[in-house]
Structures are given as C-alpha cells and as structure tokens.
Design a protein around this ligand. Structure first.
Ligand SMILES: NC(=O)c1ccc[n+]([C@@H]2O[C@H](COP(=O)([O-])OP(=O)(O)OC[C@H]3O[C@@H](n4cnc5c(N)ncnc54)[C@H](O)[C@@H]3O)[C@@H](O)[C@H]2O)c1
Length: 406
C-alpha cells in the first residue's frame, strides 16, 4: 500500500519504519525540517533501538517531506502527531490541523488516528473533515518500540465503517497479533484505560514499597516477585522505584481524569495513582537525606540516568530531572550522567560514568540502565537505588526504595 504517516516523532517514525519493512511505500511528513532532513539521511534524531537499521535497509520505500502534497498519491493517512495536555485537558489542535490538511489534499482518504485521543475525537474529526476516520491507538513502549510494533500484544481498531476497519486490519496482518475491531469510542477508551491501569500498577507497588521500608526484613522486590508469579497479576509494571514519567502516563492519566470530570464522573483510583506518583521524588530525596545524616546541603551527589526510562533519550516528564532540582533545592552539589542523553541543559553533566561517580559521597540510580549494575562495584560511598536494579549485597553501602534499612 501507499501509506502517508504524519508526525515523525517516537510513534510515527517507528510506525513508518515497520510498515516499510512489511513492504509498503511510505510518504512520511513532519513540520520539523530538521527531523525530515535527518530522516532523509537515514538518521533519526531520536534514540530508539533498531530504528536506524530499518530506515537504512528500506531506504527506497520512503519519501520524507515537510509538505502534505504527496498525500495525494496515498491510500491511507496515519496521524501520529502530539496530543499534549493544556490546563489538564487534551490539546487537539495538532490532530485537527493535520486531519484537515490531509483531507484538503486528498478528499476521501481514509484517516487513521494513531495519536492517543479521548473518546469522541474520531467522530469530531470525521464531522469536521468529512473523512472516514479509523481509530488505531498505539500501545508501544519507548526503548522497545520496534519490537512492540512488529509484534504488538493486540491491535485495536475502531470505526463505524467496516471496510475501512478491515483495510487497517489488513495493514497489520503481517504481525499475526490478535485484532479487536470495535467502534471508535471503545478503541479510544481502551488506550486511556490501559495506560491508566499500568500507571496504577506502578503506583500500587510503590505504596507497598513505602510500607516495606517500615517492616523489619521486608523487601519490595521480593514481594513484587512473589506477586508477579500469579498470572492474574503478572510481573510487568510491578517494579517499585522513582515512579512513572515520560510523555504518556502522566498526560494520559491527567487527561482521562479531566475528561471524566467533565462528565461528572470521578476516577478516584486513577487520581490516587497520580497522587502516589507525584510523591516519589520526595521519597527518594528523603532516602538520600537520611543516607547523608539528615542534611543534603553541600552533599556531593551523582545522579545516574536522566531519561524517564532506559533505552530512550526521551526527557519528557523525567523523574530524574525533578529529583535533581529537588536535590539542588536542598543545597546538594549534583552531577549527572546518562548513557545516551549528552550535552543537555543540566549544569554539571558528565561525559562518563567514572567522572560522575568520582568524588561523590552518594550515587542515586535514577534510570534503570542495566549497565549501571556492573559499573558501581568499586564505589565505596552510599548508593541509593531508586530503581532497584542492584543486588544490595554487591556494593558497600546500599539503600533501596522499598527495602527496610533499620
Ligand atoms: N511516545 C510514546 O511512547 C507513545 C506511545 C503510544 C502513543 N503515543 C501517542 O502518540 C502520539 C505521538 O507521540 P510521540 O511521542 O510520537 O510524539 P512526538 O512529539 O515525539 O512526535 C510528534 C511529531 O509530530 C510532528 N507534528 C506536529 N504537528 C504536526 C503537523 N500538523 N503535521 C505534521 N507533523 C506534525 C512534530 O514535529 C513531531 O515530530 C501522541 O498522541 C502520544 O500520546 C506515544
């Protein structure tokens, strides 16, 4: 098929790459000329494992452009533009603008909304553009997006037009994943309910972690392991730590709560998940404080990991960045290191982990990069493991979230 993909960010570039790999021709559009130039050279501006290789291997299947004009020659147009929050409500201007422009270039084109949008959006877009609109939310995780897109757990398709829904189902047939075809509203809500559930799971185990810190002998990582063996619970997203960040969970939980409240419904479980999450940095800050004898002023602290999770360079809603400003607010001298994020706006960002750690009294593991595990065995200060990746016995002085320490 000839497919237009609009928005070449984390979702759009991976969607385009995997659809090209499956044999389709891709017309890829973004309003950012730098992104497009870089993609033309086979180099994405984002870090996503495996993405560059697919772009290089399928070069001839792509046309990258800042112009919508080439959409005229496409059968289908997939929107992957941002849907940020604005005052606690979803901002739809990018979706509406992209949909209108695509419809003006090719009236009658089937529009697929892959961006995360609230129930009612597809029908609003359909009525404003007179296009057939299919909802096809994306469930991929940054850092493993290529694999997730090649082998999704499920494909959700929402449409009132069974022919259009089938066309989108056929597009993803190569994945051999289970397909759920439903109406637009269900498809849209499945995405928010899924993200809110996963965020709740993280906050749940973080509250259990708080409790573990008060119970002699308790360790949340063992408790989570024991819970996770139960297939009804599952072990994923059951890791205690600094909480969830990134471009999706914080904004999607907030948007869902705002949406519900506009309909006089209160999502108190999701609200609680957000409240617990917003207290995580303070919790880790308190661990650091107690490790340094109750005072952070002048403390030499090294923070490892800046992105919101490992295997990505995405700093949006990064818990690590908020922790750093809180530590600095208490007078600590903070240095930071990240395996991928370089030369960012952090004042004391180090190029190597060794440089960052040397001379520090305290190291905080803020992102779960596996390589941090091997690199800290020679460090003799205290390690605050805010992601629970180390074996507590493998280092000299260890403090971990969710671990009783007397
Ligand atoms: N990042 C994720 O892991 C993830 C996962 C699932 C769903 N989503 C959802 O997918 C959507 C996109 O997320 P993202 O992280 O890829 O965003 P992003 O910010 O990385 O990328 C969006 C891209 O769209 C471009 N853009 C904005 N307006 C445009 C327009 N009118 N025409 C063409 N291009 C335009 C921007 O320049 C940017 O490159 C959001 O709704 C998000 O909630 C994201």
């Amino acid at each position: 098929m000839k497919i237009a993909v609009v928005g070449m960010g984390y979702v759009g570039s991976v969607t385009a790459a995997v659809l090209a790999e499956a044999g389709n021709s891709i017309y890829a559009v973004d309003i950012d000329p730098m992104k497009i130039e870089s993609l033309k050279n086979g180099k994405p501006l984002i870090h996503e494992p495996g993405l560059e290789e697919i772009l290089q291997a399928n070069k001839e299947r792509f046309t990258f452009s800042t112009s919508y004009e080439g959409i005229r020659g496409c059968d289908i147009c997939i929107l992957c533009v941002p849907t940020p929050n604005s005052s606690g409500r979803i901002e739809l201007k990018y979706v509406l603008e992209a949909a209108k422009r695509a419809g003006e270039i090719k009236p009658g084109i089937t529009l697929v909304i892959k961006s995360t949008v609230l129930p009612g959006t597809a029908s609003r877009v359909a009525s404003e553009t007179k296009l057939t609109v299919v909802s096809n939310p994306e469930f991929t995780s940054e850092g493993r997006a290529v694999n997730d897109t090649r082998h999704p757990n499920r494909i959700v398709i929402g449409s009132g037009d069974s022919g259009a829904a089938q066309m989108v189902a056929d597009l993803w047939k190569f994945t051999a994943s289970p397909v759920l075809i439903t109406n637009n509203a269900n498809a849209e809500l499945i995405k928010y309910a899924s993200n809110s559930f996963l965020a709740t799971k993280i906050s749940f185990i973080n509250e259990i972690a708080n409790l573990c810190e008060k119970i002699p002998g308790a360790d949340v990582s063992v408790v989570a392991k024991g819970m996770g063996y139960d297939r009804r619970i599952g072990s994923e997203f059951l890791r205690a730590g600094l909480g969830y960040g990134g471009s999706c969970f914080p904004k999607d939980t907030q948007a869902l709560i705002g949406f519900a409240s506009d309909m006089n419904e209160r999502l108190s479980v999701v609200e609680a998940a957000m409240t617990v999450n917003s207290a995580r940095e303070q919790r880790v800050l308190d661990l650091c404080k107690s490790a340094l004898g109750g005072n952070l002023d002048g403390g030499k602290i090294c923070v490892l990991g800046l992105s919101f999770k490992n295997d990505t360079d995405d700093l949006r809603e990064s818990k690590s960045l908020t922790l750093i400003s809180k530590l600095e607010g208490e007078g600590a001298q903070v240095r930071s290191f990240d395996p991928i994020v370089k030369g960012n706006s952090q004042k004391n960002h180090c190029d190597t982990l060794k440089e960052c750690v040397s001379g520090s009294e305290l190291v905080v593991i803020a992102t779960e990069w596996p390589e941090f595990k091997e690199s800290l065995t020679d460090f003799h200060g205290t390690i605050v493991d805010a992601r629970r990746i180390l074996d507590p016995g493998s280092v000299t002085k260890y403090r971990g979230v969710g671990l009783y320490s007397g």
